[in-house]
Write a protein that binds this ligand. Structure first.
Ligand SMILES: *Cc1c(COP(=O)(O)O)cnc(C)c1O
Length: 408
């Protein structure tokens, strides 16, 4: 095969003006939202190239969110595994407990710039909801959070946190009463109130321009990693890995390195109870091309095109579609994907807690488990860097229940 004809990888060339990453992405929304989405795109592109906007965002990321986060050498984990040197990018140290605040601050500054006074968001486990509620309090914006009624029951403490920050949390009773239904309800609200309202989407998903905006606001993760890695080791890592729900923490971590072809990039999906239909959320294992909630991408669906039920021990990875940019880079062979089961993730959760004193979120525990598997296959002069997307405080009770350690 003649590989010289392959176009050079240019991470800044995507998406195109209508949001396409190759065959993926786009704008699959009701007609009434096309205008508002084009307005949003225009406002975002202006903000992106305005130094004053970027300066204000950098200030908020530092003062409110707590950036930069450490790049931490996991010494005992490395010794225990006896392979590659393992570094953790500590997004779990951010305000509200996960990477999500990076994107929320960017989008809310955009909302303020666009003169919007009312903000809506959807949330599954509640991490995006908390980040949004906290930042809305910070900026004095009215905040409505849509959440599936089942998720509200499972994440009662997070609901209370959002309400403490002044958010109006609205339960959604339709369907499975989880994230997918909450997104539908948020879209319905947006169609009705689009003049006054800004919709903060929580992952690198949905219609253009969201996958691009969310990616851009998380790029700060990878930019810091490059600088910190060069300071600490004088070179870049051999491999980088991140967990992939919608794909926002992963694309923010990887984007800076897409053209460094010597670095292997690995996305880790939720393997759940196994790869039978309905038991997992590994879109690249059981999924196929389709459209869900605004974009074309890999989706878990049955032969009739109905969206499949999904399962993961971690609510943040439990979604039927994957971000379109990941689908594109999978086809290019630039990002590889694997999956980790619920049981392996729980082992990752316990191992990092015991060896490093760092309790990871259950989502994050998937990439920790990947490192447990992968580091021993690598040489001790190699470096494996993983993105620690969030902290596990929210999951302690659930993990204890699954292990039978807590009578809750
Ligand atoms: C929401 C969440 C994820 C999954 O979302 P992505 O958009 O794929 O990053 C992963 N880890 C944590 C801690 C989360 O809160």
């Amino acid at each position: 095969m003649n590989t010289t004809t392959k176009p050079k990888l240019d991470r800044f060339s995507l998406p195109d003006a209508r949001g396409h990453f190759g065959a993926y992405g786009g704008m699959f929304v009701p007609e009434t939202l096309m205008g508002p989405l084009y307005d949003l795109n225009k406002a975002y592109l202006e903000a992106r190239s305005d130094p004053a906007f970027q300066e204000e965002l950098a200030r908020q990321l530092k003062e409110f969110a707590g950036r930069p986060t450490e790049l931490y050498y996991a010494e005992r984990l490395t010794q225990q595994l006896g392979g590659a040197k393992i570094y953790l990018k500590r997004e779990d140290m951010l305000h509200t407990g996960a990477h999500k605040i990076n994107n929320v601050l960017g989008q809310l500054l955009l909302a303020v710039r666009m003169g919007k006074k009312r903000v809506i968001a959807e949330t599954g486990a509640g991490q995006h909801g908390i980040a949004t509620a906290a930042a809305c309090a910070r900026f004095g914006l009215e905040c409505v959070i849509y959440m599936g009624a089942e998720d509200m029951r499972r994440q009662a403490l997070n609901v209370y946190r959002m309400r403490l920050c002044g958010a109006d949390v609205r339960g959604v009773e339709a369907g499975q009463k989880t994230l997918k239904e909450a997104i539908n309800e948020a879209m319905r609200d947006w169609v009705t109130n689009v003049r006054s309202t800004y919709y903060v989407l929580g992952s690198a998903l949905g219609s253009h321009p969201y996958p691009m905006m969310v990616r851009d606001f998380h790029q700060v993760i990878g930019k810091e990693v490059r600088k910190q890695m060069l300071e600490k080791e004088g070179r870049l890592p051999d491999e980088m890995a991140a967990c992939v729900g919608g794909g926002s923490n992963a694309i923010g971590f990887f984007f800076e390195f897409l053209e460094d072809l010597d670095i292997r990039l690995v996305g880790v999906e939720a393997g759940g109870r196994g790869l039978d239909r309905g038991d997992h959320a590994a879109r690249f294992e059981g999924g196929k091309l389709g459209v869900l909630q605004g974009c074309k991408t890999w989706i878990l669906q049955d032969p009739e095109g109905q969206i499949e039920l999904t399962h993961s021990v971690s609510a943040g990875l439990d979604y039927a579609a994957v971000g379109p940019e990941h689908a594109f880079y999978k086809d290019q062979g630039r990002i590889e994907f694997g999956n980790i089961s619920d049981d392996e993730a729980l082992l990752g959760f316990e191992t990092l807690s015991r060896l490093e004193g760092i309790i990871p979120a259950l989502e994050t525990s998937h990439v920790v488990a990947y490192a447990l598997r992968r580091a021993p296959e690598m040489r001790s002069d190699q470096i494996l860097c993983i993105n620690l997307s969030g902290r596990g405080d929210k999951d302690v009770q659930e993990a204890g229940r699954l292990r039978g350690d807590l009578s809750v």
